[in-house]
Design a protein around this ligand. Structure first.
Ligand code: FES
Ligand code: FES
Length: 179
């Protein structure tokens, strides 16, 4: 039995202690916000917060985190309201969504320790790969999130995902009539 804390909940995994944390989170705990990208410690899609450090969860076994406090994207905020999430949306820095949770986690860890990072701080803390090349936007968003965390700026809440029932029921003019 391997015991630690995930998103403030005590967990006890009865699986091979050598299981990578990523698979314990995804398969045993159904916390699928943490993504599997490369499995080799290169992409950062699997990033989680372990005791205040950003760690690639594909690279550490559950026995390696015994007694630790693990936070995943699901535990960071339940409603996408974390300043990093809001700033990434506001800066148009969210693309495929596969890399985004890892970027959010790495940025949240960075800003918790240093809400006023330099570009160099960001570049060295955010090693996540993103093939759509949003790095400049991600950097802008991290600076902005830091300002929000310091109370220097506010970001209007991003709209919730999906489409409202009213919008779905609304008639699309281009599809009306037509003979
Ligand atoms: S899946 Fe872990 S670093 Fe890519
Ligand atoms: S956000 Fe996933 S490849 Fe760029």
């Amino acid at each position: 039995m391997t015991k630690f804390t995930v998103n403030n909940q005590p967990v006890a995994y009865q699986i091979d202690p050598d299981t990578p944390l990523l698979w314990a989170l995804r398969d045993a705990s159904n916390l699928t916000g943490t993504k599997y990208g490369c499995g080799t410690g290169d992409c950062g899609a699997c990033m989680v917060d372990i005791d205040g450090r950003a760690v690639m969860s594909c690279q550490i076994s559950i026995k390696g985190v015994e007694g630790s406090f693990v936070t995943t994207i699901e535990g960071l905020s339940r409603d996408r309201s974390h300043p990093v999430q809001q700033a990434l949306v506001a800066e148009g820095a969210i693309m495929c969504g596969f890399c985004t949770p890892g970027i959010v986690m790495a940025a949240a860890v960075l800003l918790k320790a240093n809400p006023k990072p330099s570009d160099a701080d960001i570049d060295s803390a955010i090693s996540n790969l993103c093939r759509c090349g949003t790095y400049p936007r991600v950097r802008r968003a991290i600076h902005r999130a830091g300002r929000v965390m310091l109370g220097l700026e506010r970001i209007a809440a991003a709209p919730p995902p999906g489409i409202s029932a009213e919008d779905a029921a609304r008639t699309v003019p281009a599809l009306e009539g037509g003979d």
